[in-house]
Design a protein around this ligand. Sequence first.
Ligand code: ZN
Length: 198
Amino acid sequence: MELYSGRINTLVDELAALPGIGSKSAQRLAFHIIGMPKDRVNRLAQTLMDARENVCYCEKCFTLTDEALCPVCANVKRDTSTIMVVENSRDLAAYEKTGKYEGVYHVLHGAISPMLGIGPGDIKLKELITRLDGTVKEIIIATNSSLEGETTAMYIRKLVGDLPVRVTRIASGVPVGGDLEYIDEVTLLRALEGRTEL
Ligand code: ZN
């Protein structure tokens, strides 16, 4: 039995398909949206469309941005000889929030996961190696400490091979299986400072 009539159900289903939104939250959001003034709903819909249409990958680090270069890559004060490799743009934001990291980033958009059928070719690994043009001195691998994150770190170590680049891994002060984005800034900085050669 359908709980609500067609259009309400469709809205609830669309919202429930988003990550982290269960059926109850979806219903609450749906009725909230239906109760909002029409111009606000219009603005929300436009904002969603606008973000989807105009957000793209940064030409250098592949984080999500709406310019050719993201704010970090566009900042001439950043140290381009150090690249921190993260799994996604949210992890980049977590390290940016510490305000203590002066290098640049490389966003993989995922991690190698044989279980999920995600191979090295499915994430931005080739693009990372392309960036090693002789000016890069260190790659700090800050992938999550999950099986996928560790597999990806080892794979990068292998890819870099004999190139004259230091490859380091953030310390495991970051809890095993933990997502970087949920970790507090002090722990993130400690993990960065305690990084070891890979
Ligand atoms: Zn960038």
